[in-house]
Design a protein around this ligand. Sequence first.
Ligand code: DGP
Length: 137
Amino acid sequence: MNCIFCGIVDGSVPASTVWEDEHSLAFLDNRPLFAGHCLLIPRLHVETLADLPPELVGPLFSNARMLSKAVEEALGAEGSFVGINNRVSQSVPHLHVHVVPRRKKDGLKGFFWPRNPYKHDEEMEEVRRRLRDYLKA
Ligand code: DGP
């Protein structure tokens, strides 16, 4: 398997690492939205959040929490964006959490998300029902 982020984990691909522990590491994104944009990855190669073994969710997200505080406090940001692309818009198929420092009026207003309102209440209720039924099963 030829995974660029596994290469960062094993040291064969250079990266500007800012944090590492037993389960994960974080490094500066090489195409940052803003200076300080970090990627947090599990050492284990999994593609998406749903593939992450449950016992690694806590350790990974504790570090996401820590990094969100770090980009704000160490870099003087006013806030942060924390996000994951799962398959769609995911250019590297190794789970990575974006942790991005944010400032008011930094240009990410709306974060390029088109908004698609429900056509009517019944459509919203049908979507809710499908999700609730899946989650109950
Ligand atoms: P996404 O679009 O969610 O798949 O984000 C992937 C990010 O990974 C993108 O912002 C650029 C970054 N990236 C890709 N290859 C490398 C690399 O070799 N080194 C570093 N530091 N970042 C990378």
